[in-house]
Design a protein around this ligand. Sequence first.
Ligand code: ARG
Ligand code: GLU
Length: 720
Amino acid sequence: MKKITTLFAILLITVRLSLAGEGMWIPMLLEQLNEPEMKSMGMRISAEDIYSINKSSLKDAILLFGRGCTAEIISDQGLILTNHHCGYGQIQRHSTLENDYLTRGFWAMDKSQELPNPGLSVTLLIRMEDVTKQILEGIKPGMTEAERAAIIKANTGKTEKQAIEGTSYNARVRPFYYGNEYYLFITETFNDVRLVGAPPSNIGKFGGDTDNWMWPRHTGDFSMFRIYVNKNNEPAEYSPDNVPYKPKSHIPVSLKGVEKNDFTFVFGYPGSTQEYLPSYAIEMITETENPPAIRLREKRLGIFDSYMEQSDLVRIQYSNKYAGVANYWKKMIGENRGIRKLDAIEKKQAIEKQFTEWANADAGRAGQYGKLIPAFESAYRKLNPISEAETYLIEAGLGVEALRFAYSFNQLAEKSKDKSASADELNKMVTQLKSSAEGFFKNYHKPVDRDVFASLMADWVQHQDVQALPEMVARQAIVYNNDFNTWADELFAESLFTDAVKLNKFLGSYKAKSYKKIEADPFYILAQSVYNHYFTNIQPLSQQIAMQLDSLQRIYMQAQMEFQPNKRFYPDANSTLRVTYGVVDDYYPRDAVFYRHYTTLEGIMEKEDPSVYDYVVEPKLKELYNTKNYGRYAAKDGSMRIAFIGSNHTTGGNSGSPVLNADGQLVGVNFDRNWEGTMSDLMYDPDQCRNISLDIRYCLFIVDKFAGAGHLVEEMTLVE
Ligand code: ARG
Ligand code: GLU
């Protein structure tokens, strides 16, 4: 009897351990697929409280923020919370040397001070629906990929149109499981979103790019915005007459905090994962694509760094660009290490071997799946050099700011040659380009770009065969005898696109025949050559192989489900709303090293270094620390908790996502993953993968005690 109980206990434990963590689940299927497990892990609310179309639910408070983050509604007056790094662009755009909100922070002390952000929108999901049947209607076995794609496109258009007839909503159908299933998403988008508050960068970005992707972490990574609508509570373009949005639901905020093993879930918009690719793809990503991308980004960052250190203006101009380049640079490094440490390629190879054996063990299956893995192998062998060339083109060619900018004059040049174009049309384009030039030069420092250019071109020419280079790059390397500095000096001195004054003057007196000057510009010529190389030598080939791979991957996905009938599959992230759940948990990153599951304000004081930009501590924060003035935001042990980690499976796009407790109350804001776990986009490891969340109590403490914006906390629904 005893034996049986122990065995049973062990079984229970292994089942329990395998429960938490991996998976990004579809909200409308939670009840069916996940609710029992979520409850067994401690959840006290129901799946219906998370996603419902019959009553208000948490989903009515979850937003897609801007192009790629998540935000949540935290008051009945449309107050929303996201990360500092998600609102970074907006905060930067409102910042000047005199009014440097990026450095000093910004707090609207009443609604009249909230700042509009043209171009920023947030989107709510109204409902989702499985439309696989409608979308695949008319698809027959044996059709070519092109025929299939045409039918799907037509069915998608019809389905989307019908779904929103007579409403002001938007509709979008998205493929799941590589086109084995399709879901329809009905959404509502708000365009008047105003900045309410942001802490100074040495809180909101404390630790900067040095600590990025790493645990232990001490970043107060949050910012606040508010949705404004017209008098009927409907989305509207910005107007001073707009009023705060009254949401169907907002998330209550818990002051209770979390402890180890507490159930949490993250509700948001994960961007993209690739969990079901064959080993050849993982090999290509980690061995062909990541290494040159890492090296080229490192060169760019080194140059940015050296200039930013010397000038406050350049620091403001390049901080957002730096963060953008640094972020995936570091992610790729972590991903490569994680894949190696996990032996992910070997693991996939072993499964593929078993899979092929399984397929060939049955005559019917052999015909269907027996040649799948070899087909992948040959497709990826063809794709490898193309994808390498593409990586260089993107990371080296398009790493040059003036090159991208010069290319944006392409349409104007073409229109100017078109005899049927009216003067009005041209004027419109010129006006638009004037304003985009203004934006470009506001954040442009020519010496930075010049050095970047010389360094990236040298690397590109050194590492790629002549046939893999754009014609102009290959030619100029010969003309200048690989002296990339001289090439850079001459190019940057001659071009219109590196000089605000020259370009303004040119646009100020633009006439149709001025296109000749664009077309004679050396940077424009170079940009044309780089883009042409992409459009003629890379894209058509990669698209052709991609289409073949799409088809293989769709079959392989279905095959994997048949091969592992007991495995519970979740669809790869695709920027649609998902729920992921796990527990608050610590981990061992390396031999003999243990990482606790939370950090405290003590750690900020430990990291303090007034001589290093990323580790400067605000005097006011230090004062609050010294007097231990934490009020109701302190943890039970009296400490101020800053961040915590858990086994929720997240990815890029989950930034700003609410981290909720067993009662569906807000306990944190997701903002990162640990470095050891960044390979989770390709393969998840429950031992090493952790999501990093800001403790909501630190956020409220900063708003209330540090910024003196307690009125915002008053707006929220607090659970003490
Ligand atoms: N790694 C996080 C994410 O992928 C945060 C990035 C912003 N922070 C930074 N220091 N660059 O977006
Ligand atoms: N920082 C990421 C984001 O902006 C989230 C971290 C991750 O990739 O998991 O979405």
